[in-house]
Design a binder for this molecule. Structure first.
Ligand code: TMP
Length: 209
């Protein structure tokens, strides 16, 4: 897969601390004078956020076909690339995405069982070279994830309603990506003090700048 300089993404199952780590990382880079665009996936642009609502709608549990899910994640991605990510990279900015195509690999390819080949073909069509040069997987066990997210309020969305074995497959998908593509995927253990994880993440990203 062709990758784009200065494009980074964070991955992990729920409760890995992605959003807090992204904020800390982005602030550290901005403090050094870089211009940083942060976004979440699915989302980050108006059309992509609308697609997100459909994807996460709990009333579609058991209704949405796996291929529909796969295509909608890619549709949301195509839009945020065209509208936000590519223009930001062209302007020399750093882009940090909370999830990107490795989520599709882990959730739809691995956990739903659609397979890596189908996901890869579609990713090439959707991303067309606009793919993160480095993705950091914040790794934790499903039990740790459950313990961390149990403290959150609110009704679970369609994906959050999946069972533990689904998330175990997601995790294994991420770990397989880190093993198979070490140049662009790094997994770090987050069952450690926050500051220690944050420092490792910042160091990893800075090593690519
Ligand atoms: P989140 O932004 O709150 O993590 O919600 C996004 C959900 O969508 C999360 O459960 C992971 C899932 N997801 C996929 O299944 N495939 C994808 O390609 C992406 C980006 C997210």
């Amino acid at each position: 897969m062709k990758t784009a300089k200065r494009f980074f993404s964070l991955e992990g199952i729920d409760g890995s601390g992605k959003s807090t780590h992204i904020e800390k990382l982005a602030n550290a880079l901005e403090a050094e004078g870089y211009s940083v665009v942060r976004l979440r996936e699915p989302g980050g642009a108006k059309i992509s956020e609308r697609i997100r609502e459909i994807l996460l709608d709990a009333s579609f549990k058991g209704v949405m076909a796996d291929k529909t899910e796969l295509l909608l994640y890619n549709a949301a991605r195509a839009q945020v690339i065209a509208e936000i990510i590519q223009p930001a990279l062209d302007a020399g900015k750093i882009v940090i995405a909370d999830r990107f195509a490795w989520s599709t690999f882990a959730y739809q390819g691995y956990a739903r069982g659609l397979g890596a080949d189908m996901v890869q073909r579609l990713t090439e069509l959707t991303c067309d070279g606009c793919f993160p040069e480095l993705t950091v997987v914040l790794d934790l066990t499903v039990e740790q994830s459950r313990a961390r997210t149990a403290k959150r309020g609110g009704a679970p969305d369609r994906l959050e309603q999946e069972k533990a074995d689904f998330f175990e497959r997601v995790r294994q998908g991420y770990l397989a990506a880190a093993r198979e593509f070490p140049d662009c995927v790094a997994a770090i253990d987050v069952d450690r003090p926050f500051e220690e994880v944050s420092a490792e993440l910042i160091k990893l990203v800075k090593s690519r700048l």
